[in-house]
Design a binder for this molecule. Sequence first.
Ligand code: MLT
Ligand code: MN
Ligand code: ZN
Length: 305
Amino acid sequence: MHIHVLGAAAGGGFPQWNCNCFNCDGLRKGTIKASKRTQSSICVSGDGVNWVLFNASPDVLQQIQDFAPLQPGRNIRDSGIQAIVLIDAQIDHTTGLFMLREGKVKREIYCTDMVYEDLTSGNQILNILGYYCGINRHDVPIDGNTTFEIPSVPNLKFTAVALKSAAPPYSPHRNDPHPGDTIGVLIEEISTGRKCWYSPGLGEIEPHLPPLMCQADCIMVDGTFWTNTEMIDMGLMTKTARSIGHNPQSGEGGMIEKLNEFGNARKVLIHINNTNPILREDSAERAELTRYGIEVAYDGMDIIL
Ligand code: MLT
Ligand code: MN
Ligand code: ZN
């Protein structure tokens, strides 16, 4: 299985257009050791030719330009992207769909009922695509048992599960969480049995998750914030990380502690907010991750399982 990180940053990217935090300012000025990152997305293939895009980032056009296997190569209109799985309805994971509106072949969209509802009501993006390429929407089962396959992306199968999270700010049920607002996915390469767990938005590792996560050869999870109060401490937001669906890395019950329970799997943090000190390659926080064998995803990272 080939996993390619198209964008490793959380919403806003790194640096964020209007952000003057230590990291964003330092990256612009070249005074910190870090590299820029686009917004959250990966693509995965089981044959190296046909790819499933996980989330459609606002930066998707740049991401396609930076990864040749997704570019047209066979027909006058063509793409390596055969299907798109949406793990939630957040802006940073969906607005790239506007950029993928050209062509006569319908986009194959896989999402839960809750995400479909948000993307046809609070944010009408899937309705609007109907005026361009159109979509074929497929339901994603979230019982954690039912696997599904995507016919145009051979040699992969998927098991999705509901995660504790919050629907996007524009959602009619923002403050009334429903199963399927956010999912995690276990991706399996059929020919090899190799597996990757992917959950860029993960508020809490609830008891139903370890049985799926412990099967994975690689665990890619939410790396948004270092502390639960990161945005509050910086005066940028009044909400905690956990309350907006992102379990922080440090502290009791944090990602470092939780990931330690998953033995030998490769552990990778993704969807990293621009305020997070782990973006600085020489920070104490990055060194702590390294001590625990946890990697920080970057744009262009290839994981071959
Ligand atoms: C999130 O991951 O919490 C959201 O993408 C935040 C945002 O929309 O900026
Ligand atoms: Mn996000
Ligand atoms: Zn910033």
